[in-house]
Structures are given as structure tokens and as C-alpha cells.
Design a protein around this ligand. Structure first.
Ligand SMILES: *Cc1c(COP(=O)(O)O)cnc(C)c1O
Length: 386
């Protein structure tokens, strides 16, 4: 009989041949603007820790104190025995930052998307999804069983044409989009999407994973950036990027959140967020609200890097309005080679390749804790690579 697992080795070989193979790299010490990677100190342009909070003493102290008081695990699902006052406080803080009526915390952003989408639409319904949406939105859409139509990246004209043709054939309709696109750094056309959602009676779900703490005057995200605060929509996000912890959330109306607590399987049937993660995220939100200087420093760094890059016209920067900046490269092997040369020069900026993105690139994400010298070194190293 043939070995039923033999195909695994063949599949891995195919992945290697395409230069798509990926493996982990061990980071040592605390997260920060510089980290140790396999014994070498590198400047870290690979982190989602935009405000530098994952290594902040106050988050660490909050996590330690919560662990001392409440233990390491939540010991049950929230509806059974795993709900704590700390969870309630975090959900109130998220709703207050987002200026929504309520919020609910999931164990990760990925699970928040999977659970919310699957709870909101089903077989008789329609999903419109931006072609560059995050994997969690795409897989949530598949899990829901709804009909899925992908529209070209940020193309509201195409979306409107499709809505005119398709909307009346379905019961409910849900439009899905990242707000900051995670592998490109550009923004969704939120006001236009909201207008279309209203015109065609659709729900709109925006994933603010890379926007929370980063975009908007108070760090509430792209909804605030585009002055859409208070409009009806479903906001998803993560506690694991600018908020330096772990977990995800949905923010919106009382009715929406109440419904999700009753119908989102990835919330109902999973263990509540640990006390340490919950307390760290709560401390982070308080810092986001009380200390805008971190966000201002982050944007100062973004603008400084963009200014310096204008002197390197040979590097093709993808359009971006966020701290994520990408250089397009012609192939996966070239992206890997540039990534390797950057690392040898002490710069940690990963090559992002298919199937994650359609075209290979080097992705740089900036942090508030990067120093001027870090940014200048990045640019001088980039200038030296052919
Ligand atoms: C990172 C990310 C997620 C997943 O969040 P986790 O909390 O890490 O699971 C979801 N959506 C987008 C757009 C992301 O970038």
C-alpha cells in the first residue's frame, strides 16, 4: 500500500522550488526597536509593536500583578466559568476608545474575524471582500457559507456595479475590508464604502488590526481618521499589534455585541483571555489614550523615512498612508536575497512572498521607539544594495 503521508514531502519540495519555503527565526530578549536574532543585534523593522508597548514596564507590571491575583489561566469559556471583572474593564476601555456602545474580546484577532463573520451571514447571504483582505477575513467568509464575491483592491466603482447586479438576489449582505492593508500599508476608501453600504442596505465590517493605536487623532483607528466615528459599522481589531498584548475584539452597537456573545462560536467555545493578556491590553489602551506622544513620534518617524527615501528613486515604494512601507521586487528569489543582505548589514526587514501577497516585496514597519540613527542606517544600507 502507498504511504498516505508521502505527499507531504513532495508538497514541501514544491514549496522549496518556488522559493516560497518559510521557517521561524528565534528572537532573544525583550521586543524593541533593536532585537537579537540568532546572536546578532539587528534594527527591527519587522514588528507590529508600533508604539513599543510590548516591552513597556507598565504592561509587564500589569500582567505580573494580574497573574499574581488571578492566576495564569482563565480556566473556562467566558459563558461558563472564565469571565472576570478584568475582561469587562477591557471591553469597556475598547468601547470608550472606539466610541462605540460596547465591545467583546476574543482570544485573537483571527478568531474575532472568523467568529463574527460566521455569526453575521450564512448560506442565503452575500459577502463582498477586497481581494487583498487578511487571511482571517477570507477564511471567516468561507466558514460562513455565504456566497463570496472578491472585488479588485479598493475599487468602489467595481463594487457598486456588482452591488447593482447582485444585491437583490440575497438576504443579508456584508462588505469586508482591512482598514490599513497589512501587507501593503495603504488604506481602504472607508467613507465611500460606508455610503455604498447605506445605499444598498449592507453591513460593513472593517478590520482595524494595523490602525488601532496608530491612526486617528486619539488612536481609535481609521474610522476616526476618516471622521466616520459614530456611523453604523462593525469594527474588528487585535490587542496584539500597537497594544502589545494578545487577543482580538469586535466593537459596535449593544445589539451587535449581545448577538455575538450568543452566536459567535469562536467566542462561545473557547477559553477566556488570560488575566495577564487582559491586564496588559488594558494598560496599553490607557497609555494610548493618555500619552499621544508615542503616536506622534511614530508618525514623525514615518515622515522622516519617507523624506529620506525620496533620495533613493531606484527603490519602488508601494503607495502607503501608514507605518507599513513596502518595496516591490521582481521575484521571490530577489526579495529573499535583498532580505538576506539587509540582515547581514544589521537590518531586520522581512521578504514577503506569494502566496501571502501577489508580488514579492520587502516590508518595513516603523515603531515609535526607532531612533533617527536607526532610520538613517536603514536608508544607507538600502542605498548600498543593488
Ligand atoms: C494580524 C491581523 C489579524 C489577526 O490578529 P491576531 O490577533 O494576531 O490573530 C487580523 N486581521 C489583520 C488585518 C491583521 O493584520
Amino acid at each position: 500500500m502507498p504511504d498516505p503521508y508521502a505527499w507531504l514531502q513532495n508538497s514541501l519540495l514544491t514549496i522549496h522550488r518556488a522559493d516560497w519555503y518559510r521557517s521561524v527565526q528565534t528572537i532573544h530578549g525583550r521586543p524593541g526597536a533593536t532585537v537579537f536574532l540568532a546572536g546578532q543585534e539587528v534594527i527591527n523593522f519587522a514588528s507590529n509593536d508600533y508604539l513599543g508597548l510590548a516591552g513597556d514596564e507598565r504592561l509587564i507590571a500589569a500582567a505580573v500583578a494580574a497573574t499574581q491575583e488571578f492566576g495564569t489561566g482563565s480556566t473556562g469559556s467566558r459563558l461558563l466559568s472564565g469571565h472576570r471583572e478584568l475582561h469587562h474593564q477591557l471591553e469597556k476601555a475598547i468601547a470608550s476608545l472606539k466610541q462605540t456602545e460596547d465591545a467583546v474580546v476574543f482570544s485573537s484577532g483571527y478568531l474575532a474575524n472568523m467568529g463574527a463573520i460566521a455569526a453575521l451571514v450564512g448560506k442565503r447571504d452575500l459577502i463582498f471582500s477586497d481581494q487583498y483582505n487578511h487571511s482571517s477575513l477570507k477564511n471567516g467568509a468561507i466558514l460562513s457559507g455565504a456566497t463570496i464575491i472578491e472585488y479588485s483592491h479598493c475599487d468602489v466603482t467595481e463594487l457598486k456595479t456588482q452591488l447593482l447586479q447582485q444585491r437583490q438576489n440575497y438576504r443579508r449582505c456584508l462588505i469586508l475590508t482591512d482598514s490599513v492593508f497589512s501587507m501593503d500599508g495603504d488604506l481602504c476608501p472607508l467613507p465611500e464604502l460606508l455610503d455604498l453600504a447605506e445605499e444598498f442596505s449592507c453591513m460593513l465590517l472593517v478590520d482595524e488590526a494595523h490602525a488601532t493605536g496608530v491612526m486617528g487623532k486619539t488612536g481609535a483607528g481609521c474610522v476616526e481618521h476618516f471622521s466616520c466615528t459614530g456611523r453604523q459599522l462593525i469594527q474588528i481589531g487585535t490587542l496584539s499589534k500597537a497594544l502589545g498584548s494578545l487577543g482580538g475584539y469586535v466593537a459596535g452597537s449593544h445589539t451587535l455585541i449581545d448577538y455575538l456573545r450568543n452566536r459567535a462560536p469562536s467566542w462561545i467555545y473557547t477559553t477566556g483571555l488570560s488575566p495577564a493578556d487582559t491586564a496588559a491590553a488594558l494598560a496599553a489602551i490607557n497609555i494610548v489614550i493618555q500619552e499621544p506622544q508615542h503616536r506622534m513620534q511614530l508618525w514623525h518617524n514615518v515622515n522622516y523615512l519617507k523624506e529620506l527615501l525620496q533620495r533613493l528613486p531606484s527603490r519602488k515604494l508601494l503607495p502607503s498612508a501608514s507605518p507599513i512601507l513596502c518595496f516591490q521586487l521582481s521575484s521571490a528569489s530577489e526579495a529573499l536575497e535583498v532580505g538576506k543582505q539587509l540582515k547581514q548589514a544589521g537590518i531586520f526587514a522581512p521578504a514577503i512572498r506569494p502566496p501571502t501577497v501577489p508580488t514579492s516585496r520587502i516590508r518595513i514597519s516603523l515603531m515609535a521607539t526607532h531612533q533617527t540613527a536607526h532610520i538613517e542606517k536603514l536608508v544607507s544600507v538600502l542605498a548600498g544594495i543593488k
